[in-house]
Design a protein around this ligand. Structure first.
Ligand code: ADP
Ligand code: GN1
Ligand code: MG
Length: 371
C-alpha cells in the first residue's frame, strides 16, 4: 500500500490519497483502483497500472501509441456529439510531465476511472454482447482515418499465427518442464490444423486483406458495459493497438465472449460455443456502416473466430510447456485448462461452421440493405 501510495503521488491526481485496491481481471498488467478524497468530501477514483515490461519490451512505445490513439478517439467522439470522458480512456499525466513514470525499473501509467460501468468475464446478458460487437466495430470505424503506419508494433508478430505455431513446435521439442506427455492430445489437435494458421497472414501478404488499425485484444473483459443502458461504453486495454487485421479483433471477441463458460473453466462439459451469442455479436458489429470492409474480410469473419481461438489455445499451451512465463496463473495447470477450453471451442465452431457463415452472410445483407 505504501509503495502504491508513493507511485500514485507521482501522478497528477486530484485530492488526498485514501486507498488502493487490486483489480483482478487481466492476465498481463497489474491494475489497481486508487481512491482520492476531494476537498468537498467526495471521492474520485483512478486506475493505476504497472505495465508488464516482460511482455511489453518498450513501454514508452506502448504509451506513445495510446496517447496518439486516444487523442484521435477523443476528437472523433466529441465531433459525433459523444462524451470523450467516458467513451475512451483518458490518461492522467505524471507530475513530471509525460504519459508514464519509471520507478525502480518499473513502468506505471494512470487513467481516469470510468464510473457507472463494469467489465465481465462471461456474457451475462446476450444484449451486452450485441453492444460489445457494436462498440468494437465503432472503435474500428473511428480509427479508420488514423495513420496505421505511425503506430509502433508493440509486440511484433502478435497475431502471426504460423509464427505462433513455430513457437509451439519449439516448446514441444524442448519440453522444458517435462509436461509434453500430459498434453500430447492437445499438441496433436493443433498440428492437425497447421494449414488453418496460414489463411489470414497469407491473404495479407497477397494484398487481399488490408492492414488496419486493430485493437488486437478484444475480449469481453476489455470493454466497459454501461450499468444503465447495457451499451459497450468504452474499449479498454489499448496496449496492443497496432497495424493488423479486423479479422483478429472479430475473431478474438468471439473466442472469449461466445462461450458458455469462462476461459479457464475446468469442466469441459460446460464449455460450448454459443451460436446465439455469435449471432448477437455479429449483428452488433455489422450494425455499423462497415461498407469499407473488403469482400475477403467479410468472407473470413466466421473463420477468424476459429483461427484466433486456435491461436490463443496454442499460446496457452506453449506457455504451459515453457513453464508459465507469459500469462499470469493462479493455479498450477491454469494455462493447460485455458488451452483446453480453447480447443473445445474450436471443435464446436468447426461443427457449426456452416451456420456461422450463414449468420455472417445474413448480417452483411442486412447491412447493405440499410446502407
Ligand atoms: P490487462 O492488460 O491486465 O487486461 P486492463 O487494461 O484490461 O489490463 O485493465 C484490467 C481491468 O481494469 C479491466 O478489465 C477493467 O475491469 C478495469 N479498468 C481498466 N481501465 C479502467 C477504467 N479507465 N475505468 C474503469 N475500469 C477500468
Ligand atoms: C491477454 O491482457 P489481457 O488479459 O487482456 C493477452 C491476449 C490474450 C488474452 C487471453 C498482451 O490479454 O493476447 O488473448 O490474455 N494479451 C497480451 O485471455 O498478450
Ligand atoms: Mg484486459
Amino acid at each position: 500500500m505504501e509503495k502504491l501510495q508513493s507511485i500514485a503521488g507521482l501522478f497528477q491526481f486530484s485530492g488526498d490519497f485514501l486507498e488502493a485496491e487490486v483489480c483482478h481481471s487481466g492476465h498481463i498488467n497489474d491494475t489497481y483502483v486508487v481512491t482520492y478524497r476531494q476537498s468537498d468530501g467526495s471521492r474520485l477514483r483512478y486506475i493505476l497500472q504497472r505495465i508488464n515490461s516482460n511482455v511489453f519490451k518498450k513501454p514508452a512505445e506502448v504509451m506513445a501509441n495510446i496517447q496518439a490513439v486516444t487523442a484521435h478517439l477523443r476528437k472523433k467522439i466529441a465531433a459525433a456529439g459523444g462524451d470523450p470522458e467516458r467513451e475512451t480512456l483518458n490518461l492522467i499525466l505524471a507530475k513530471a510531465g509525460g504519459s508514464f513514470v519509471e520507478a525502480d525499473g518499473e513502468f506505471w501509467r494512470a487513467y481516469k476511472f470510468i464510473e457507472g460501468a463494469k467489465t465481465y468475464q462471461t456474457v451475462q446478458d446476450p444484449a451486452h454482447f450485441y453492444h460489445a460487437g457494436k462498440a468494437f466495430g465503432r472503435f474500428q470505424l473511428l480509427l479508420q482515418d488514423f495513420p496505421a503506419e505511425t503506430l509502433y508494433e508493440t509486440i511484433p508478430n502478435f497475431h502471426n499465427t504460423p509464427k505462433r505455431l513455430g513457437d509451439l513446435r519449439r516448446a514441444v521439442e524442448a519440453d522444458a518442464c517435462g509436461r509434453l506427455a500430459e498434453v500430447q492430445r492437445e499438441v496433436d489437435f493443433v498440428f492437425a490444423r497447421a494449414e488453418d494458421t496460414k489463411v489470414v497472414v497469407d491473404a495479407i501478404a497477397e494484398g487481399a486483406i488490408p492492414l488496419r488499425v486493430t485493437h488486437n485484444d478484444t475480449k469481453f473483459d476489455n470493454i466497459l458495459i454501461d450499468d444503465l443502458t447495457g451499451e459497450g461504453i468504452c474499449v479498454l486495454d489499448l496496449d496492443t493497438v497496432m497495424p493488423g487485421s479486423y479479422l483478429y479483433d472479430f475473431g478474438d471477441a468471439i473466442r472469449f465472449g461466445a462461450s458458455t463458460a469462462a476461459e479457464d473453466e475446468q469442466d469441459l462439459s460446460k464449455v460450448n460455443f454459443d451460436i446465439n451469442l455469435f449471432r448477437q455479436f455479429t449483428e452488433g458489429y455489422l450494425s455499423n456502416d462497415m461498407r469499407f470492409m473488403t469482400p475477403a474480410e467479410l468472407e473470413n469473419l466466421a473463420f477468424s473466430a476459429r483461427l484466433i481461438t486456435l491461436e490463443c489455445g496454442m499460446r496457452f499451451l506453449e506457455d504451459y510447456l515453457n513453464g508459465d512465463k507469459y500469462f499470469r496463473i493462479h493455479r498450477p495447470q491454469h494455462n493447460l485448462d485455458r488451452a483446453r477450453t480453447q480447443f473445445k471451442l474450436v471443435a464446436d465452431m468447426e461443427a457449426q461452421f456452416d451456420e456461422m457463415r450463414r449468420i455472417v452472410d445474413a448480417a452483411v445483407m442486412e447491412g447493405s440493405r440499410r446502407a
